[in-house]
Design a protein around this ligand. Structure first.
Ligand SMILES: CC(C)(COP(=O)(O)OP(=O)(O)OC[C@H]1O[C@@H](n2cnc3c(N)ncnc32)[C@H](O)[C@@H]1OP(=O)(O)O)[C@@H](O)C(=O)NCCC(=O)NCCS
Length: 156
């Protein structure tokens, strides 16, 4: 398995990540919403700032000193100790090498040990079988399929 790590996303890492970003068709239920991504520095700054909230931790997936993806622990409910994991690698060149699997395992450890969560949720559109396979591979359990999404949960 290739080496990856997670760190808190910074503005600079976010810029570097999105300079090489491609939207992945697998995450769209409605393909009309899947448009090519065009890098825009001010837009990335706005995106980064909008993600700095108490209910979300934005992490960079790092490899060889460079960001290759983002991983969010969002909808953090500090009372119920639950959150939702979402992940998106930068572009096709970094997919299919085991990095997503490694990053999700690290994110679970971070959610449980650093954030003190008791459960982590995840959801994917039905067609995103690669994401579903990786979630199941790292230990998420399938909960239900509803309204075009498949829901997963990992309880420690
Ligand atoms: C989903 C994602 C995070 C997975 O990361 P990755 O590094 O590409 O995946 P990995 O290389 O770690 O593992 C891929 C696994 O899926 C399998 N796989 C590949 N394509 C598949 C498909 N169409 N259906 C089912 N499994 C598939 C691979 O064989 C591999 O499994 P294995 O290790 O048991 O052989 C990444 O591809 C990504 O960012 N995709 C775009 C965004 C996205 O879909 N995010 C999830 C939104 S819910």
């Amino acid at each position: 398995m290739e080496e990856v790590s997670l760190c808190l996303m910074t503005r600079e890492l976010c810029q570097a990540l999105y300079e090489g970003w491609q939207n992945d068709p697998a995450i769209y239920m409605d393909m009309k919403e899947c448009k090519p991504y065009h890098y825009n520095e001010a837009g990335v700054d706005r995106y980064f700032e909008s993600r700095q909230t108490p209910s979300r931790v934005l992490l960079a997936i790092m490899r060889d000193g460079k960001p290759i993806g983002e991983l969010q622990l969002k909808r953090i409910d500090w009372e119920r100790k639950e959150c939702t994991l979402s992940i998106h690698l930068q572009n096709d060149s970094v997919k299919g090498h085991g990095y997503g699997t490694a990053a999700e395992k690290l994110a679970l450890t971070y959610a449980f040990d650093t954030l003190g969560m008791n459960a982590v949720n995840a959801d994917t559109v039905v067609k995103n079988t690669r994401s579903q396979h990786v979630l199941e591979k790292v230990g998420f359990k399938f909960v239900e399929e509803k309204d075009g999404f498949r829901y997963y949960r990992f309880v420690r």
